[in-house]
Design a protein around this ligand. Sequence first.
Ligand code: ATP
Ligand code: F6P
Length: 461
Amino acid sequence: MVGLPARGKTLISQKVCRYLQWLGITTKVFNVGNYRRKLHGAHQLHNFFDPHNPEGERSRREAATEALNDMIYWFKKEQGVVAFYDATNSTRSRREMLLAACTKHNIQVMFIESICQDEALVLHNIMDVKLSSPDYKDMDPEQAAADFIARIVHYEEAYETITEDNLTYIKLINVGSQVIINHIQGYLQSRIVYYLMNLHIAPRSIFFSRHGESLYNVMGKLGGDSDLSARGKQYAKTLPLLITTHLGNSEQLTVWTSTLRRTIQTAQHLTYPKLAWKALDELDAGVCDGMTYEEIEQQYPEDFSNRDEDKFNYRYRGGESYRDVVVRLEPVIMDLERQRNILIIGHQAILRCIYAYFMNHSHEKLPYIKIPLHTLIQLTPKAYTCEEKRYKVDIEAVDTHRPKPRAGAPKTDAGQPMDHIPTEAEAKSGKDAAITTTTMSTTTFRDSPYSTRHNSDYGTS
Ligand code: ATP
Ligand code: F6P
């Protein structure tokens, strides 16, 4: 990363890291600001960053070197594929030092420079994230803001933008309103460039809902293309009010569905623009499509237990794995990054994959994420986090979540949540539930920027 303080370098590093990890590429962020705090303490005032302060200069170089050494070690010993070296790297000499060290270890370097001349945005960034930094803990906010601005002035004095034609770089100017690329090579670099070109930081909400309960859900059957049950139809009717309650009446929204009947029927009462994506169709269960978990356990016992062993990688015979679904959803994620307010009416496995992308869940946890029926999930991206709210509608629905069987549990313990599997006739005549309460809620989950997770670092400078 290259850029003055408060130019979004940490946010960009963390986002691209999350995207690559979601795709299964081993990625890690090395945040030099965290090394500085660890080595020299968190309460350094702006003088520390003055390029004419030799003591500060030496200490900052020490933090930069330690982070660089750790990064190189990680590449060599932990089979790392992509590392973000998250620091200002704002002078030519610092970049030459990085380039020399990486080249020596056969590591390709691509610089991502964020340039922002919009003073109001920089000030907003300071208020948004810098005042709550450990650097300014217990300090008066006005004093903290003044100190951070003085820190930026020190960096400006020494700042040299990238001009060398032989380097591989992308320059994002004013949050991507202009993008300059130079010497981009290979698949990974072009994926990263494409992703960066889609990013924006405008406020927005991303809503997820599974389709209303379907006839197949009621019968415990997987896949298929069945219609909604009576309760599922009621859920579809409540959705317009539920959305306007949490989005507001005047906000624009686009609705994405799959091409399957149950999601299209769930969207039918919504009056927003709609788009049906084939890529949003449910995970293909292959030969098991239309079967219940019990039937699969009886007919394909080995497959059934293999899926429990490694659910993310298990591929149904003639069908898909969660890993396959992540790959097919990649263009959806790319487009999602470009959008403002979006409602995705999807399926259990599909929404798990998209949710895991936003909430940074591992591949191991992903296939067990709880995305219940008749529940609207609202995600609101914040600087380094995603805020989550869940609104459960008071219309009963079956529970289709099958937990991971506990180690040592008998093999026949399929964990199927329903006691009785109704017939198709029983499912169709299902009793209507009342639609009186629309929302219940809400828990906010935060991925704290101060947590010790490797990709949730605070800031660099
Ligand atoms: P520092 O060098 O102090 O660590 P930084 O450059 O890493 O700063 P961040 O901590 O990532 O900056 O700043 C996050 C803020 O920057 C957020 O408020 C975010 O909305 C905003 N932001 C994200 N991308 C950009 C961008 N391309 N240009 C300017 N601001 C951005
Ligand atoms: O049961 C509903 C459903 O959407 C099925 O169509 C699909 O096969 C299943 O959920 C995916 O969930 P899991 O991966 O936990 O079996």
